[in-house]
Design a protein around this ligand. Structure first.
Ligand code: HEM
Ligand code: SF4
Length: 569
């Protein structure tokens, strides 16, 4: 094998990119219709994807000629722990009107996305995010540590949640890319330039080196009784172990990941494996040792095999752990026995424990927009503009308003009613625990609809659940428009993965806790038959479940064959 063949084309491109500069600055010239070659990949590290409006594909112009692609950019802000200010969110809402398609999306990893940004508006958009908010887009995508997720609940009765949030900020800072390409390309001429330049120098990349990571890396932080961020679906999960209201350390999970490529047989979804326990002050050094062990030994030839989950399985957990110990320089103990045992979506009104309240607002599929009676964008502007609460984004694409004075509760409730925003208890649990990726029309990889059709599927499932008298059942349904799995469809009770036009692979047997990968129950289920396909199983579940058994646990216990028989009865 030649030297060059030992790494993939993307690795060669990254190495030659001058720390992710490529020729992005040159291609920003308005004479260029779109970005090309390696720049498309480098741009991801700057937090932006080149896309085209797929609703426009094949559309002909007035003279009958086929129009070219309608290029546009998606711009993602990286928001560790989902923590942002009211002004940050208000500014992003303004930007979605000024530069985007008039909607703002809360992502499944506690980020924000602007969609439909035209290429000529890309630099002003990234500048505006840096100038008008406390956020950045650097490292939101690409082969780096992505947004660090953390339970967003602002619970203040003790220091536990604040300490977890603080760790998410520290991890994000520790693993940030140091390249100054971002400042050079996007922030020149912008007011915030000086501070940002100071923040990102020097240009030495102490952890990533010149090729950055073999692939993306995702971290999440949760508690055993509340895995709302789904830590076992990520490359690295930290489960806080609490004694006497103090975090004594974290159980460390490695090797979770959702993405699957059906054509590449050796790809699979997997949950993270419990590897060790670390005292709280050693969480970052151990995370660094894990990243270095993978970065030096992971697959840089085939990107489909590059995620840490493949290295952990190829070596086995023991060998992988031994390698991490080498990098860490000390032996690592066994993990503690604690396991994930519950999840909370944090919707509705709650006491924080410090006299203040927090309010979780469900945002269906994360899309903040005004649509008919539901004036969510306008309503949030009214609430945030008046009360300026600090905000948190949830990993279920929802929004939490924090630090609310109880005296303001009624006024906020009234503003919600005025704008058609439903309270948590007005929504079924199946809707609250549903999630979809964007898919069509923005995502270049989607094979089916997702976000635009999931609300209708949930309508159908609500009807079926009502028929069985099970409207209060907590069932998580996650849908994606392709097997890449951006809305984590392989681990909830019901997973729907776009397979071919209008048809989905139906997964069952995962769980709301996100601790198990489901199995394929049926392939190529037409969209309009999803509700009726699941319905007989809901009836079966109702009659044969054990006391507190969830739908996912029931399906896993019964298994594929048994469920298939019941579905045809
Ligand atoms: C491994 C293969 C994957 C590829 C090639 C991929 C690619 C993409 C693309 C192209 C988009 C843009 C969609 C749009 O803006 O219209 C996207 C969005 C996104 N992806 Fe992925 N993705 C992969 C896996 C994942 C996984 C496993 C997760 C999370 C567990 C994830 C999290 C996200 C998030 C949070 C978004 C933003 C939109 C949302 O909330 O769903 N991705 N991805
Ligand atoms: S799951 Fe597929 S269709 Fe959905 S956003 Fe991710 S890549 Fe696109």
């Amino acid at each position: 094998m030649s030297e060059e063949a030992k790494v993939s084309k993307v690795e060669v491109e990254k190495a030659g990119s001058r720390q992710l500069r490529g020729t992005i600055a040159e291609e920003l010239d308005p004479s260029q219709e779109c970005f090309s070659g390696g720049n498309i990949g480098f741009l991801k590290h700057h937090g932006t994807y080149q896309q085209d409006n797929r609703d426009d594909r094949g559309v002909k112009s007035e003279d009958g000629a086929k129009k070219g692609k309608s290029y546009m950019m998606m711009v993602r802000s990286r928001i560790p722990g989902g923590q942002l200010t009211a002004d940050d969110l208000l500014a992003e809402l303004d930007m979605c009107d000024e530069f985007g398609n008039g909607t703002l999306r809360i992502t499944s990893r506690q980020g924000l996305q602007l969609h439909g940004v035209l290429k000529d508006d890309l630099k002003p958009t990234i500048q505006a995010i840096n100038e008008k908010t406390t956020l950045t887009t650097l490292g939101a995508c690409g082969d780096v540590n992505r947004n660090v997720m953390c339970c967003p609940a602002p619970i203040r009765g003790n220091a536990v949640h604040d300490q977890m949030q603080e760790l998410s900020q520290q991890i994000a800072h520790h693993f940030r890319p140091h390249t100054t390409a971002y400042q050079e390309i996007w922030l020149q001429d912008s007011e915030g330039e000086k501070e940002k330049v100071a923040e990102f120098s020097p240009a030495e990349e102490p952890i990533y080196g010149e090729c950055y990571l073999p692939r993306k890396f995702k971290i999440g932080i949760a508690l055993p009784e509340d895995n709302c961020v789904d830590i076992q679906t990520y490359d690295l999960g930290l489960l806080a172990i609490v004694e006497n209201d103090e975090i004594i350390g974290y159980n460390v999970y490695v090797g979770g990941g959702q993405g699957v490529t059906p054509a590449a047989k050796k790809t699979y979804a997997a949950v993270g494996l419990k590897m060790t326990f670390v005292p709280a002050d050693k969480a970052i050094p151990v995370a660094e040792a894990i990243i270095r062990a993978w970065s030096d030994n992971g697959n840089r030839l085939d990107r489909k095999q590059a995620r840490i989950k493949y290295l952990v399985r190829e070596w086995g957990l023991e060998k992988f752990k031994a390698k991490v110990e080498e990098y860490y320089g000390n032996p690592l103990p066994d993990p503690r026995p604690e396991e994930i045992n519950d999840v909370n979506d944090h919707m509705g009104w709650h006491e924080q424990g410090d006299g203040k309240l927090y309010l979780g607002i469900n945002v269906e599929n994360g899309r903040i927009k005004d649509d008919g009676d539901l004036q969510l964008k306008t309503g949030l502007r009214a609430i945030l503009g008046k009360f300026k609460q600090p905000c948190r984004l949830t990993a279920m694409q929802g929004l939490i308003l924090c630090d609310i004075d109880p005296a303001d509760r009624d006024a906020i409730d009234q503003l919600m009613v005025n704008h058609g925003i439903k309270k948590a208890d007005e929504l079924s649990l199946v809707r609250r625990f549903s999630m979809a990726c964007p898919a069509l029309p923005t995502c270049g990889l989607s094979v089916t609809e997702s976000e635009r059709v999931l609300p209708g599927v949930i309508d159908d499932l609500e009807v079926e659940l009502n028929k069985h008298g099970m409207q209060d059942e907590r069932i998580a349904v996650h849908m994606t428009g392709c097997p890449n799995g951006c809305a984590r469809p392989y681990s909830p009770d019901i997973g729907l993965v776009g397979k071919s036009r209008g048809k989905y692979t139906l997964y069952l047997g995962g769980n709301t806790l996100g601790t198990r990968i489901g199995f394929i129950f049926q392939d190529q289920v037409p969209l309009e038959e999803i509700g009726t396909t699941v319905s007989p199983l809901l009836g079966y579940f109702k009659t044969e479940r054990t006391d507190s058994e969830s739908f996912g646990d029931f399906c896993a216990r019964k298994g594929l064959e048994d469920l298939q028989q019941r579905a045809t009865v």
